[in-house]
Design a protein around this ligand. Structure first.
Ligand code: NDP
Length: 327
């Protein structure tokens, strides 16, 4: 038997809770992992609370992130004792995920845990941090260098936002944080934000073009926030869009794209090809200061997951949450 969060949906309704599950119920897969840590991402919050249609099959063990040790393997690249990380690939949505003591998975989805990271650090980064890194790499690939000007990060006090600020400031960018939590100003400055703007000034309909300000952007909000970010990009500025914390819509105009040559780059972590994942993890080892990672991380046990997911959805969780799978 092993402990796991289980989401069920039937005539009694949608519910999630900590359960004891027989290992015989583990799904098909060529690698079995003893999970050390998982995390709570926005998507996990949607899945656990039922606030978004994330879960595709029931019953489901949520958890889109896993760090742990291989217990059994029929996959050529992995042997017993290897330390591995998993992000995405539909795990926690279509396949049983990481909010459990044990997971059985496809070995092709795994990435070796970078030697410099502990499983806990890897999960403090998690999908949110790895997505922030994908955004930063995309900005670099599209020519946004620190000398080009300020980079704006929305959803700043959340998981993607906090990690993006830490990474960008370490790389020498001037980072402006957009947050709805003025009480987190010291936290955001500590991560490296040069200025903090109230997210309310981004969240309402704005002009098609605003004063040119941003050389780059990391947006986790979508909707009017993303539209207003696009409207204030400098000539040839680059926006990376990875989230929908405000909304799935994009009520924008084409003006920034056709008049200022702005680029809007979509970032997907879930099906991101393996070589790019490995590059992102290697960059995280290099560019994310351990002290800043500690500063953004809180730890909980499996028993706290459901209550913490409710707080995450209410916007009351700061930074990243790691989940110790064995308490
Ligand atoms: P968090 O819940 O940790 O952070 C989200 C942050 O967004 C909040 O902390 C808040 O920041 C801000 N926010 C919340 N509501 C609103 C709103 N109505 N308008 C504007 N800002 C808002 O989530 P994550 O950082 O884990 O994820 C952020 C987003 O990125 C999510 O939408 C998630 O689905 C998406 N995502 C996408 C991935 C991909 O592959 N494309 C991968 C990972 C995440 P503050 O309090 O500072 O205002």
């Amino acid at each position: 038997m092993f402990k796991a969060i289980l989401i069920e949906k039937d005539e009694a309704g949608y519910r999630a809770g900590l359960r004891e599950i027989d290992e015989a119920q583990l799904p098909e897969g060529d690698v079995t992992v003893d999970v050390a840590y998982s995390t709570l991402n926005y998507k996990d919050g949607l899945a656990i609370t039922g606030k978004g249609p994330v879960v595709r099959k029931f019953p489901m063990v949520p958890g889109i992130d896993i760090a742990g040790t291989v217990r059994e393997s029929r996959h050529q690249d992995y042997k017993v004792g290897d330390r591995v990380v998993l992000n995405g690939w539909g795990v926690g949505e279509t396949y049983w995920g990481g909010l459990a003591q044990v997971a059985r998975l496809k070995g092709d989805w795994l990435v070796p845990l970078p030697g410099a990271l502990t499983p806990r650090q890897a999960m403090a980064i998690g999908t949110a941090g790895y997505t922030a890194m994908l955004c930063v790499i995309a900005l670099e690939r599209h020519g946004v260098t620190p000398d080009k000007g300020e980079v704006v990060v929305t959803g700043a006090a959340g998981g993607v936002g906090s990690t993006a600020i830490a990474l960008l400031s370490r790389l020498g960018y001037t980072v402006v944080a957009v947050s709805g939590r003025p009480e987190e100003a010291d936290y955001l400055r500590g991560l490296g934000a040069a200025e903090i703007l109230d997210r309310a000034t981004f969240s309402e309909p704005g002009k098609p073009l605003a004063r040119e300000r941003w050389a780059g952007a990391v947006d986790v909000a979508g909707s009017y926030t993303l539209a207003n970010v696009c409207a204030a990009m400098k000539y040839r500025g680059v926006v990376t869009a990875c989230g929908l914390a405000q909304g799935m819509d994009l009520p924008a105009s084409v003006a920034p794209f056709i008049l200022r040559g702005v680029s809007l780059i979509g970032i997907d972590s879930v099906m991101c090809p393996r070589p790019e994942r490995i590059e992102a993890w290697n960059r995280l080892v290099r560019d994310l200061e351990p002290a800043k990672l500690d500063a953004i991380t809180d730890e909980i046990g499996l028993t706290d997951v459901v209550a913490t997911a409710e707080r995450l959805m209410a916007g009351r969780v700061r930074g990243r949450v790691v989940v110790d799978a064995n308490r």
